[in-house]
Design a protein around this ligand. Structure first.
Ligand code: HEC
Ligand code: HEC
Ligand code: HEC
Ligand code: HEC
Ligand code: HEC
Ligand code: HEC
Ligand code: HEC
Ligand code: HEC
Ligand code: HEC
Ligand code: HEC
Ligand code: HEC
Ligand code: HEC
Length: 300
């Protein structure tokens, strides 16, 4: 019996069948390219050039959108979102017309970064060209306006009326630098108590400012609401006299008579000339008889 021939035939069937099935597996897996790319290239090599390549690049590449920038540059995205001010209107790519092109060998950072002047020009004039020396962070141009040395030098150029005011009422605040009071960041308003003790306990900066304008603190002003307690710290004697006097001046506030600091009122402003003309001619000073304005002697 020619069993050898039979075996050979069978082997051929198994072999070809086997080959067929191998082919089928490959064509099936070609769709699944990422899972077994090595096998795919093998298959392509075997099939030769007749077969069509199934491209994975069969789409149009869209430019990165702002959400995609945000995903990688999360901290910048968050900064603009929370503190960007009006830059919240501006997309990353409105400013960054080019990006991911920094080359440390070429040292091209300055060249590739957005220029503020493209959109704003020289908004403050020709003296202020180094925008980032004051606007330290382009992604938060106002909130991150720290008091840099450049900013500290420039206060008077944008606020010329303040030094003018100061000269009109000279005080020791002229020797205090703008940035010593307005520290931390642009627009910061200091508390007087950062540098001074109050005249009396519980006095607030708001109250200080009623009497002392911040830039001209010696141009002291009283208002109708200024309480006698505000004078007490420095004028104990008068304060106590008025507090205990039985005369009707007890109900007259210090500032009703003394409308300005150090001003001495004339009695006639409120009383006119109450007695006979001859009496007033003889005694021109009312206090010759009434003695103490803060504690009038009265029979009661
Ligand atoms: C108003 C214009 C403007 C907008 C809007 C803007 N940038 Fe910038 N960005 C700049 C400028 C100017 C610089 C250069 C700062 C420097 O050189 O110090 C910069 C620097 C950068 C830098 C490099 C320096 C760093 O801080 O890491 C990255 C990254 C960046 N921006 C990403 C973004 C992304 C992301 C967005 C949007 C979410 C965005 N920027 C929006 C102007 C802008
Ligand atoms: C897949 C993450 C990824 C995405 C998306 C991405 N970036 Fe970047 N970007 C980086 C990395 C990483 C760097 C280099 C390290 C760094 O500065 O944070 C970089 C650097 C930068 C720089 C500074 C250096 C340079 O060569 O310009 C800018 C500006 C920038 N990206 C802007 C953008 C903008 C605008 C977008 C959206 C249009 C964006 N990036 C999207 C990852 C990303
Ligand atoms: C692509 C254009 C563009 C660029 C570049 C740009 N800005 Fe702006 N910026 C704007 C727009 C738009 C506004 C909003 C103007 C408005 O509504 O009045 C704005 C507003 C501002 C404001 C006012 C913010 C507020 O909240 O009031 C500041 C400060 C500012 N930009 C500073 C800068 C600085 C500093 C740079 C450079 C680092 C810069 N900008 C670069 C477009 C730009
Ligand atoms: C010496 C410091 C300094 C420099 C330098 C400087 N700025 Fe400003 N900038 C300021 C200050 C302070 C403000 C006022 C901020 C506010 O309104 O609270 C301001 C305001 C702005 C505003 C908002 C103006 C408005 O009317 O709303 C823009 C825009 C601006 N700067 C852009 C620029 C640009 C562009 C440059 C560079 C050409 C620049 N700045 C240089 C200090 C500076
Ligand atoms: C480039 C011009 C510019 C420079 C430089 C500048 N300022 Fe201003 N400043 C402004 C503008 C604009 C405003 C906003 C005015 C408004 O909102 O009416 C302002 C507002 C202020 C305010 C008021 C904030 C509030 O809450 O009312 C103070 C305080 C102030 N600046 C102090 C300073 C001091 C101190 C310096 C120097 C360290 C300085 N500024 C430098 C332009 C400038
Ligand atoms: C002794 C501290 C002190 C000094 C020094 C000082 N300021 Fe002020 N400034 C203040 C205080 C406090 C206020 C708030 C006043 C108020 O609310 O009545 C203020 C308000 C301001 C304002 C907003 C209100 C206004 O009057 O327009 C500006 C602008 C300002 N200062 C600029 C300056 C400049 C510029 C200098 C330097 C020439 C300066 N300041 C020096 C304490 C100071
Ligand atoms: C950053 C510190 C600082 C702040 C904030 C400050 N001052 Fe002064 N002030 C001074 C200094 C320094 C002097 C000079 C003191 C001296 O030489 O004895 C002074 C002096 C004064 C004087 C006397 C002026 C003179 O010429 O004799 C008055 C009044 C005054 N401050 C009121 C205030 C008021 C009100 C505030 C709040 C609006 C305030 N100061 C905020 C530092 C400050
Ligand atoms: C009722 C008005 C009034 C109020 C409110 C007021 N002051 Fe005075 N302050 C004065 C008078 C008046 C002087 C004396 C001026 C003189 O010597 O000619 C003075 C003087 C000062 C002096 C100069 C040094 C001294 O002690 O003689 C400082 C500093 C001062 N005040 C700070 C403050 C501070 C800070 C506050 C708020 C906590 C404040 N003042 C509230 C009226 C007031
Ligand atoms: C911080 C201290 C202080 C405070 C607060 C203060 N004064 Fe004075 N006051 C003085 C000083 C100092 C003098 C000058 C004394 C001198 O020249 O002998 C003065 C002088 C006066 C004078 C003139 C005295 C004279 O001899 O001509 C009157 C009036 C006066 N103060 C009223 C007031 C009134 C009213 C208040 C409250 C609304 C007040 N003062 C708050 C410190 C103060
Ligand atoms: C009814 C008006 C009136 C009232 C209210 C008044 N004063 Fe006077 N004060 C005067 C007159 C008038 C003088 C001048 C007295 C003189 O020439 O002897 C004077 C003088 C002073 C003097 C200078 C020192 C002295 O005794 O001559 C001080 C300080 C003073 N007043 C503080 C005060 C204080 C503080 C209060 C409130 C607690 C107050 N005054 C309430 C009218 C008033
Ligand atoms: C700001 C106004 C004002 C000034 C200034 C003023 N007084 Fe009076 N005085 C009054 C008032 C209000 C009364 C109470 C009137 C009433 O209730 O009928 C009064 C009452 C009096 C009385 C009556 C007292 C009593 O208890 O019956 C005498 C006396 C008097 N004043 C004297 C003077 C003399 C003297 C001066 C100047 C040294 C003076 N006054 C300055 C407002 C003032
Ligand atoms: C020669 C002394 C003398 C002189 C000067 C004098 N007075 Fe009198 N005054 C009196 C006597 C006495 C009374 C009554 C006292 C009483 O009733 O308690 C009086 C009463 C008053 C009364 C209270 C009137 C009433 O109806 O209750 C006032 C107000 C007054 N004088 C204001 C003045 C004024 C203002 C001057 C200065 C322009 C002045 N006096 C000058 C002696 C004088």
């Amino acid at each position: 019996m020619n069993y050898k021939k039979v075996l050979l035939g069978l082997g051929a069937v198994i072999l070809t069948g086997g080959l067929c099935s191998v082919n089928n597996v490959f064509s099936g897996q070609a769709l699944n390219f990422q899972n077994n790319s090595k096998v795919m290239y093998l298959a392509k090599a075997e099939k030769g050039s007749q077969e069509k390549v199934q491209s994975v690049y069969n789409f149009e590449a869209k430019p990165l959108n702002i959400e995609e920038c945000a995903r990688c540059h999360y901290s910048i995205f968050k900064l603009i979102k929370e503190q960007g001010g009006k830059h919240k209107k501006v997309k990353c790519t409105d400013c960054h017309t080019q990006f991911h092109v920094y080359n440390p060998v070429k040292k091209n950072w300055a060249e590739i970064m957005p220029k503020c002047t493209t959109c704003h020009g020289l908004i403050h004039g020709g003296n202020f060209t180094a925008c980032l020396s004051c606007h330290s962070d382009p992604h938060a141009p106002i909130t991150k306006l720290k008091v840099t040395p450049e900013l500290a030098k420039a206060c008077a150029q944008c606020h010329p009326n303040i030094p003018k005011e100061m000269k009109a009422f000279p005080s020791k605040h002229m020797q205090v630098a703008c940035a010593s009071c307005h520290h931390t960041k642009h627009g910061y308003i200091p508390d007087c108590l950062e540098c001074h003790k109050p005249h009396r306990e519980g006095q607030t900066t708001k109250q200080c400012l009623v009497c002392h304008p911040a830039h001209t603190p010696l141009n002291i002003k009283f208002t109708k609401q200024t309480p006698n307690e505000d004078c007490k710290a420095c004028h104990q004697t008068e304060y106590h006299k008025i507090a205990i006097t039985k005369s009707k001046h007890h109900n007259v506030a210090c500032v009703q008579c003394h409308t300005k600091h150090k001003e001495i009122p004339k009695c006639e402003r409120c009383h006119g000339k109450p007695h006979g003309a001859s009496l007033h001619a003889k005694f021109p000073n009312c206090l010759q008889c009434h003695i103490d304005v803060h504690n009038l002697p009265i029979k009661r």
